[in-house]
Write a protein that binds this ligand. Structure first.
Ligand code: AMP
Ligand code: MG
Length: 295
């Protein structure tokens, strides 16, 4: 234990808020100018420092999540919630982030939803209907593995609805997110940015390993063939959805260890900014102490 603490104390924390470093600047987005192998703000040398850097985050992240949960229990309606949106091409590591970064906090305080192609029932409703139903209640951290943005990504690329329909959705999403933020949800949108070469390597790795076959979807190769169209769709979604109340963060994701650390760090910084204390007792502590002692 003492050894562990010493190691943590030596690991420097991020020099700048990572929220500043990874925040997508306003204006047109050109993903070819953003390096998927970069490691901005990483407080160590390389991969070998990643476990220690992530370990440092764990205890604080865990305590802040508990404060959020406590706030939700104490004042259900008024408490904030957090929504972490994970978007990225196939194999970009949305599941890996959930395992490694979100795994640092108490699962009871986390609500995870992976959005698949909508069912017939879901398609009979406006596109935000199924998304709205999965929002985190006050005090909870919601994680979206894919999200409302699929309705301007896969839907746009594969022309699943008319252009007039998907093109109106950017504004609809912005308005919906603005309302959500106004009601107390902290929205953190992460684009896990990988290169086409890295995706190829990851797909091949899935084929090389029988324990990864379950992750391999032959359809992913068809989507991969549309890489330029997806890039264009992502650039539009990032640019149009990059609002003050719900900004986009571009997380370089060719290096899994950086990606996992970075998302944990982003979550930590947003929870810190909430500056939550512990809710006060809604009972008389002295009286209760006497009652318990006498019992
Ligand atoms: P995975 O995340 O690998 O389990 O795959 C989920 C699949 O569902 C992906 O191919 C997504 O593109 C697809 N998907 C998610 N949301 C939508 C949507 N709104 N419309 C169509 N396809 C979707
Ligand atoms: Mg998949």
């Amino acid at each position: 234990m003492a050894k562990k603490q010493k190691k943590s104390a030596k690991t420097p924390s991020a020099p700048l808020p990572l929220s500043d470093l990874l925040r997508l600047p306003h204006g047109p987005v050109d993903l070819s100018t953003l390096d998927p192998r970069a490691t901005p703000g990483f407080p160590g040398k390389d991969k070998s420092d990643a476990p220690a850097a992530t370990e440092v985050i764990g205890p604080e992240l865990s305590e802040l999540q508990e404060r959020l949960y406590a706030a939700g229990r104490a004042a259900e309606a008024g408490a904030p919630s957090v929504l972490l949106v994970l978007q990225g091409m196939d194999t970009s590591g949305k599941g890996g982030v959930i395992r490694h970064a979100i795994g640092l906090v108490d699962p009871q305080g986390v609500k995870i939803k992976a959005f698949k192609a909508p069912t017939a029932d879901e398609r009979a409703h406006p596109f935000l209907w199924r998304i709205t139903r999965e929002l985190p209640p006050p005090g909870m951290i919601g994680i979206f593995d894919r999200s409302q943005y699929e309705d301007v990504l896969v839907v746009r690329v594969n022309e699943l609805v008319a252009k007039s329909v998907w093109s109106a959705r950017y504004r609809t999403i912005n308005n919906w997110e603005a309302k959500l933020a106004a009601k107390g949800t902290v929205i953190i949108k992460c684009f896990l940015h990988i290169s086409a070469e890295e995706q190829k390597a990851r797909l091949l790795a899935r084929l090389d390993d029988p324990s990864k076959y379950w992750k391999y979807n032959p359809g992913d190769v068809d989507e991969r063939a549309k890489w330029p169209a997806y890039t264009e769709a992502y650039e539009a979604a990032l640019e149009k959805g990059n609002t003050e109340v719900a900004p986009w963060y571009v997380v370089p994701s060719d290096r899994k260890w950086y990606r996992n650390w970075a998302v944990a760090q982003l979550l930590l910084e947003h929870l810190r900014a909430l500056a939550l204390g512990w809710p006060p007792a809604d009972f008389d502590v002295a009286v209760e102490r006497k009652r318990v002692a006498a019992s």
